[in-house]
Design a protein around this ligand. Structure first.
Ligand code: GDP
Ligand code: CA
Length: 321
């Protein structure tokens, strides 16, 4: 039996989780646990949004909009139009009608006193997701961006309104020092045969999860830890993760991100690093860090492709055991 825990952000994390789910099902292995970033969360127009939780949930449930890349398939924007007419919310941030249903349900349950973990459990109970979903923490630790010009703003404003164009110097999660991992997170990592770091944004998706006190140490103590590169051929696949990496002094290169996570043999995280064929020339550099390079096709074009990546990671983990 192989017990797998995935640390994941939103869209990249969701695609990877779909692949792991398929690979494990084919192998007759138990369902994976996915620990999802909640640093992207925000309050807007009176409701609580959890973009990464929803991206993973909608994808696992087959309810995601695969064309647009985010939100619910077949969504409309009637309420959003009305909110904008009122001047409520953020004009650059679209809230779909079906999506708002999720946010209203979540906010109501939070107001009733449920924890984030309990809310996620209720949301996930609607569909057979085939994965156990956990938020990284029950605490509110929304990511803020410190800008080079001295300003500071919520991550979502920086990312969505400014398209990451304002130079950042740091990403912070106020209150995270006092946060605790959500119930079940440390237990799942301790029981795992393999912990997989999804090819999610290392800074604002995986970063906050590892920053919840206790999580990094738990991962470090896990049986096997493998990361999957979100960089292919020296570029982030889609989006603006390179800006985040630059802000923390990490080059947009597969070996640099591997070095950022570091080798377990040096007291850091990784046993192995699954990197793209396009970056095969960097495999020796990764090996010299004390991290075993695993070169594979890394384009998550469909579930089969993502499952092949999961297979490469699971096979490498089994080989090393
Ligand atoms: P977000 O929270 O929605 O931004 O999504 P994540 O943080 O989970 O994932 C974003 C990252 O996924 C990006 O930085 C991309 O580099 C990576 N990514 C997206 N598509 C692919 C793909 O097909 N293959 C790989 N290896 N990485 C991908
Ligand atoms: Ca995200």
């Amino acid at each position: 039996m192989t017990r797998v825990v995935i640390l994941a952000g939103g869209v990249g994390g969701a695609k990877f989780t779909l692949g792991v789910r398929a690979a494990l099902a084919r192998r007759g292995e138990p369902e994976a646990t996915v620990v999802v970033n909640t640093g992207d969360d925000l309050w807007l127009s009176g409701v609580r949004l959890q973009p990464d939780i929803d991206s993973v949930l909608y994808a696992l449930a087959g309810q995601n909009d695969t064309v647009r890349g985010w939100g619910r398939a077949g969504d409309t924007e009637r309420v959003n139009t009305e909110l904008q007419a009122w001047g409520a919310g953020w004009p650059w941030f679209t809230l779909g009608d079906l999506d708002l249903g999720t946010h209203l349900a979540r906010t109501g349950w939070l107001r009733d006193g449920l924890t984030v973990t309990e809310v996620v459990e209720r949301l996930a109970a609607r569909w057979p997701t085939g994965v156990r979903m956990l938020p990284m923490t029950d605490a509110e630790v929304d990511t803020h961006v410190q800008l080079a010009d001295g300003r500071r703003m919520h991550f979502q404003e920086w990312w969505t309104r400014h398209r990451a164009a304002l130079a950042p110097v740091a990403f912070e999660n106020p209150g995270i020092d006092r946060a605790t991992p959500a119930p079940g997170v440390l237990e799942a990592i301790a029981a795992a045969d393999v912990v997989l770091l999804a090819p999610s944004n290392p800074v604002v998706s995986i970063g906050p999860i590892l920053a919840v006190p206790g999580v990094r140490d738990a991962v470090r103590a896990a049986r096997r830890v493998l990361g999957v590169s979100g960089i292919i051929g020296g570029a982030v696949v889609r989006g603006m993760a390179d800006v985040c990496l630059a802000a923390i002094g990490v080059d947009t290169r597969a070996d640099a991100v591997a070095a950022h996570y570091g080798a377990r043999s040096t007291g850091r995280l990784l046993d192995a690093w699954v990197m793209a064929e396009e970056d095969a020339a960097l495999a020796p550099a990764v090996a010299s860090l004390g991290i075993r390079p695993v070169v594979a096709p890394l384009w998550m074009t469909d579930v089969a492709a993502s499952a092949a990546i999961a297979d490469a990671a699971l096979d490498a983990a089994a080989r090393d055991r």
